[in-house]
Design a binder for this molecule. Structure first.
Ligand code: CP
Length: 363
């Protein structure tokens, strides 16, 4: 097996092979995803997130495409809401593994325009593909499309609900940056202070990111939420947070907490439905902001003026790595959900990734 040419984003590019040092990939655990729909972060454990990230790291380092792992598989991407990254990274993931894609780039090109129900569309998908990736404006869209669906369904964002594969991409970037976070527990001075700018109760990326972050609670010193709202969580998330034992605080000015943050998770908080509003400086950062020297910034993108382009060329920029790494996370998900491990020389890979990734495998 050959190594992949290193792809460099602007900003910080942590080496994915760092995630594989002295590790094997627990394929048995990943096989538990076989045939599963991926709807919510609550389906994941910390161990599962780490194993998916390690498989994604392997896919980033090695030319697994030579083994054509998705050959013969058809993935349906059904997007009833605009997307730049999610649809294209899912489709790129499939193409790079030699699968095929059929796509609905916008809902109005389907029978929905004539009043067709999502549950009837779901019934059709059973015959057309082996898995379906859906994004929709409505939170209950997953229930409706799932009524008649018998192939795995991957949630690519359901209204103000969740975006679980984005959270996987977020944590893949964080784990590449600080691989020790996958350990059960790390020394107190190594734990991270996480800042999240946004409203978890109504923003799906923030919601899913926060839920996944709680899986890593033993390695998190504190979580600060920067929001205009006094209670940005809603009832269920508030309970989850209370039960987590993690120290939490809510601020309404990013400047108050920024100098202490190790990870800053921004969001497109300026969007309000199809419109956006201008933000005041409480919710914006740029290269002059008082970031800790080694702090990293994540953003699911698209951005507006909350995240200034002057940060793009700095080592704080982990958001391009986060977006580009999503291709490998989505490849790892397809290989797991469709159980394509039989196409990969996994035992040889596991031998080769321990202790260092020097792959010169031939099969
Ligand atoms: N991160 C994300 O969901 O981006 P898109 O809206 O472009 O898919």
């Amino acid at each position: 097996m050959k190594t992949n040419p290193a792809f460099k984003s602007s900003g910080l590019n942590p080496d994915p092979s760092e995630l594989l040092q002295d590790e094997t990939i627990d394929i048995k655990l990943l096989r538990e995803l076989k045939g599963q729909s991926i709807l919510s972060v609550h389906q994941f454990t910390k161990e599962m997130v780490c194993e998916i990230s390690k498989l994604a790291a392997l896919l980033q380092c090695t030319k697994v495409s030579d083994y054509n792992p998705l050959q013969g598989q058809i993935i349906i991407t059904a997007f009833f809401e605009p997307s730049t990254r999610t649809r294209l990274s899912f489709e790129s993931a499939v193409h790079r593994l030699d699968g095929k894609v059929i796509s609905i780039p916008e809902g109005k090109t389907t029978g929905v325009a004539k009043g067709e129900s999502l549950s009837d569309i779901g019934e059709m998908f059973n015959a057309y593909g082996d898995a379906v990736v859906i994004r929709h404006t409505e939170t209950d869209s997953l229930d409706l499309i799932g009524e008649n669906l018998r192939i795995p369904l991957i949630n690519a964002g359901n209204g103000s609900g969740e975006h679980p594969t984005q959270a996987l991409a977020d944590w893949f970037a964080i784990l590449k940056w600080k691989p020790e976070l996958k350990q059960a527990s790390i020394p107190e001075d190594k734990k991270i202070h996480l800042g999240i700018l946004g409203t978890p109760a109504s923003m799906r990326t923030v919601n899913s990111f926060l839920r996944m972050s709680l899986l890593f609670k033993d390695n998190i010193k504190k979580i600060s939420i920067v929001s205009e709202l006094a209670n940005p969580f809603g009832e269920e998330l508030q309970e989850l947070i209370n039960n987590s034992g993690v120290e939490f605080e809510i601020n309404n000015d990013i400047k108050e907490v920024l100098p202490d943050l190790d990870v800053v998770y921004m969001n497109s908080i300026a969007f309000l439905g199809d419109n956006y509003r201008s933000l005041d400086s409480n919710f914006k950062i740029d290269s002059k902001s008082k970031l800790k020297k080694d702090a990293v910034v994540l953003h699911p993108l698209a951005r507006l003026d909350e995240l200034d382009t002057t940060l793009d060329s700095t080592r704080h920029n982990l958001y391009f790595t986060q977006a580009h790494g999503a291709v490998f996370i989505r490849q790892a998900l397809f290989i797991s959900v469709l159980d394509r491990f039989g196409k990969l020389p996994i035992e040889e890979i596991n031998e080769a990734v321990t202790p260092a990734l020097e792959l010169e495998l031939t099969t």
